[in-house]
Design a protein around this ligand. Structure first.
Ligand SMILES: Cc1ncc(COP(=O)(O)O)c(C=O)c1O
Length: 476
């Protein structure tokens, strides 16, 4: 086994010993059955790591029958290109109906200011967010803004920074209240200036699952005549059902007059396949800023509605089918189970005086400890098969509850393993937890040069997962 296989980042190519590595096109195509057998084995092993319900987030649906149905739907249209509407008017049906169903959930019917809400379907939360930033930069340009700025809570997803980086937008980071984890609205109000093109609020944010005071951000946006994007990538397809079920969910959608765009991910709690999200705009004129046309290209007149060019109709069909097959009743039923499971898990956390939940979360909650480094809990529960997501500033771990946690027995399992982990953490409070270095901040804060070091390490890790190591270039 070479160092590259088991290099500084561990074994990044665990299948290579069984299936080899391929660095050139095979001279002759492999038999389909052989390929399928390899892939079935890999898929089987990878599916096993979340089926127990011990993995936070990421596997929102987790119902094999539902996946099978969506994959069957996908296969009917996977090879069709959504840009060729003469060949596949199905794409128009899927795209417009996914949009209409999403607008309905976002209470677009409440828009009575002469605006016409609309949507575009994207490949995921990141594309929805960066599309919105492109739109706000365009709207800013129309009013003469050449150095656009957006004000983001520090908890806003990094996709906003990515979009700002791509489009030359300055990010002004608004702090949060450490108790509530919600954005400091006074900071936002004070920092709006002539270059501000949009404000951002999350419903809910990834780290803590909490919902920013969108009503107050809406007032600021209306007062200054600027945009307000709501990141509902995570919460967009579950919070509306939470509200319907009677949970205390603050209004975050088009019912608020200042909300001008909302991202909501169909590939998260919309229970579609990976690769789909919806960006909703308060008015059709906004969407024009993400359209691209090239009228004089020798290849013909080109136009596409967003950042992507060719797109598979398969994912549109799967997303439409996920929504149609779930229906309001199905989403409500799943949301009820998810909220109940999350609150049961939160009660278990709060039964330990050493642990503290951050803010006032619902389906996704984050907890920390003032007595020991919370990563001791992570270290211990990781050994029992749990996979949490880690936060820093302060160190915390979160559980985003999805369907796999709602299976019978998972909450009891969590209670038992957490009790053992608390005992372990109490006994090791003066030691440095193993997983803190990976997820959290170090005690006493970052050392000088630490951020650059971490950035370089993350880029090297990315390189290592993108390329075959040179010495491993062998034919399968
Ligand atoms: C709140 C929030 N916004 C945006 C995103 C980005 O979504 P994606 O990973 O689909 O690009 C995520 C992903 O977890 C999220 O939780």
């Amino acid at each position: 086994m070479s160092d590259e296989v088991n290099g500084p980042f561990g074994d990044l190519f665990p299948y290579s010993r069984r299936f080899g590595k391929t660095a050139q096109l095979p001279e002759k195509g492999k038999p389909r059955e052989e390929i399928l057998a390899e892939l079935q084995q890999m898929s089987f092993e990878e599916n096993n790591c979340w089926k127990t319900g011990q993995c936070s987030g990421t596997m929102y649906g987790g119902d094999e029958g539902h996946f099978k149905f969506l994959n069957e739907v996908f296969s009917l249209f996977s090879h069709m290109n959504a840009i060729q509407r003469d060949m596949c008017p199905s794409a128009t049906r899927f795209e417009s109906e996914i949009g209409a169903m999403t607008l309905d959930l976002m209470h677009a019917d409440a828009v009575n200011d002469g605006k016409t809400p609309c949507t575009a379907i994207t490949s995921g939360g990141t594309e929805s967010i960066i599309s919105a930033l492109l739109v706000y930069r365009g709207i800013g340009r129309e009013r003469g803004v050449t150095a656009p700025e957006v004000i983001l809570p520090v908890t806003a997803h990094p996709a906003f920074e990515k979009g700002a980086w791509l489009f030359g937008i300055k990010v002004v980071h608004a702090p949060i209240n450490p108790e509530t984890t919600l954005v400091d609205v006074d900071f936002v109000r004070k920092n709006v200036n002539d270059n501000t093109v949009a404000l951002v609020g999350s419903a809910g944010n990834y780290a803590y699952g909490t919902i920013d005071p969108i009503d107050q951000l809406s007032e600021i946006a209306v007062e200054h005549g600027i945009g307000l994007h709501i990141d509902g990538c995570l919460g967009g397809f579950i919070l509306p059902f939470g509200e319907e079920l009677g949970y205390d969910i603050p209004t975050f959608d088009f019912r608020l007059p200042g909300v001008t765009s909302i991202s909501a991910d169909t590939h998260k709690f919309g229970f579609s396949l990976k690769g789909s999200s919806v960006i909703c705009y308060r008015d059709k004129s906004m969407r024009r800023h993400q359209y691209f046309t090239s009228e004089s290209w020798p290849g013909g007149k080109y136009h596409s509605p967003g950042i992507q060019g060719s797109r598979s109709v398969g994912i549109l069909a799967a997303t439409w089918s996920a929504m149609m097959s779930m229906g309001r009743e199905g989403y409500l039923r799943q949301a009820k189970a998810i909220f109940e499971t999350s609150f049961a898990m939160q009660d278990i956390v709060l039964s330990h005086p050493e642990l503290r939940i951050l803010g006032n979360p619902t389906f996704c909650f984050s907890f920390t400890s003032d007595k020991f480094d919370i990563y001791h809990i992570n270290d211990c529960m990781k050994k029992q098969g749990w996979r949490f997501n880690g936060q820093q500033y302060p160190n915390a771990i979160h559980m985003c509850v999805t369907r796999p946690q709602t299976q019978p027995g998972v909450v009891d399992h969590f209670a038992k393993d957490l009790a053992e982990a608390v005992a372990y953490a109490n006994g090791h409070a003066d030691e440095m937890p193993a997983s803190a270095a990976v997820y959290g901040g170090l005690p006493g804060g970052d050392l000088p040069g630490m951020r650059e070091f971490v950035k370089e390490a993350l880029c090297s890790l990315m390189d290592a997962t993108m390329d075959l190591p040179q010495s491993e270039k062998v034919m399968a």
